[in-house]
Each structure stands twice: as C-alpha cells, then as structure tokens.
Ligand binder design. Structure first.
Ligand SMILES: [Zn+2]
Length: 225
C-alpha cells in the first residue's frame, strides 16, 4: 500500500484538517474538560454526541459511495480509494477528540491511529474482493460498509482512555446505552461495575456487538466511591 500512515504524515494531515477539526470544541488540559466555541464547558455526553454525529454523516457518505459502486457509477478502485480517504479523516478526527486535540497526540497516539487504519484497510481489501467476486448482495454491502463507520468510535475511546489516565483517572465503569440492544458480553462488562482502567475492554472490543456496540465508559479517580 503506497499510502503513508506513519505518525509524522498523519500529523501533517491533521494540521491540514485542523481548522475544520476544532470548529466544535477545544480541550483544556488544565481542567481536563472540553469547551464549546462560546467558552462554555461541554459535558462528556455532548462530546460523545459530536463524535456520533460525525460517525452518522460518515456512514451516510460511505453508503452513498457503496451504492454508486453497486450501480456501477464508480469503479471498485475509486470506491476503495475514496472509502480509505473517508475512514482516514474520520479516525484522525475521532482520535483527536478522544486525546484532547493535537497537544494530546504524541507519536504513540499517531502510531495507534496508523495501526488502526492499516487494519481497517486490510478488512476493506477483503471486502473489495468479496464485492468483485459478487459474494455480497447490495443490502449486505450497505450494512457491511456502515460497520466501518461505526468502528471509528473505537479511535475515540482509545484516545479518551489515555487522556483520562493522564488526568489521574484510574478507574472505569462500562455503561450500557438504554436505547441499544446489548450483547451478553456488554451486559457482563457493565455488571462488573467499577474496575481499574484496562481491566474491561473498550466499547466495540471483545463483544459480540463489535462495531455496533453503543456502550460508553465513565472514568473515576481512585478516591471517589
Ligand atoms: Zn456493546
């Protein structure tokens, strides 16, 4: 793959994107909180809603692109190149939100984004092969591409955990989304209650619902009950 996914090139890309990236929020490392453009603090829920909104618009774009592939208005090569570009921007954006902006992104954080993208591109390679060999129906293809959008949430949670650890939060609790259907795994993770960060997987990891997982995480300092 010719595409550059090194920490340095991802950072360069983020700098190019930055005017668009930071329009909804900024992060204050002193308080460990996000602010809106009007200076008001944003709740964790609001930040998650920003991430969700971006994921929803990404999924729409991915589905539109895949529908164009199905009706032959784009080639499989064009589809793959454009899908990769959309995923790259989205994972960078989600990681930036999670890590608390560019100042929270060190080489290791960029390395994780690169690793994640490489993995997504590899899955996409398999998906393209299945499409070429006509092993997937149109509805299946649209459902499958949506999962690539959902999995962007993982980049947000990975960054969030690291940012929270820097702020001294050593405990975590998995929270079920009351609006979602839960898999057995996530019910078990939520039932475990408060544990050390890292004991339970991030939403979307090691659960049957995978990318569809709607769970969230709350972080606590050890002094708190
Ligand atoms: Zn889940």
């Amino acid at each position: 793959m010719s595409e550059e996914l090194s920490p340095v090139s991802l950072l360069a890309e983020a700098v190019l994107l930055s005017t668009r990236l930071d329009e909804d929020w900024s992060y204050d490392p002193r308080t460990g909180r996000y602010r809106a453009t009007n200076g008001r603090f944003l709740s964790g829920k609001t930040v998650e809603a920003i991430v969700d909104g971006r994921i929803n618009s990404l999924k729409t774009k991915l589905r539109t692109l895949t529908a164009s592939l199905i009706d032959n208005s784009v080639s499989i090569e064009q589809w793959q190149v454009q899908t990769r570009a959309l995923l790259k921007t989205a994972h960078i954006q989600a990681a930036l939100v999670g890590n608390g902006g560019q100042q929270g992104m060190d080489a290791a954080a960029w390395g994780r984004v690169g690793w994640r993208l490489r993995e997504e591109y590899r899955y996409l390679e398999g998906f393209a092969k299945d499409l070429l060999e006509q092993r997937v129906s149109a509805p299946m293809a649209l459902a499958r591409i949506s999962l690539y959008g959902d999995s962007v949430r993982g980049s947000y949670w990975t960054g969030t955990t690291i940012r929270q650890e820097k702020q001294g939060y050593t405990l975590m609790r998995r929270i079920l989304d009351p609006q979602a259907q839960h898999c057995e795994d996530c019910i078990r993770y939520a039932a475990a209650g408060m544990v050390s960060v890292g004991v339970l997987p991030m939403p979307g990891q090691r659960c049957a619902c995978r990318a569809r997982c709607r769970c969230t995480v709350k972080y606590y300092r050890s002094q708190m009950p």
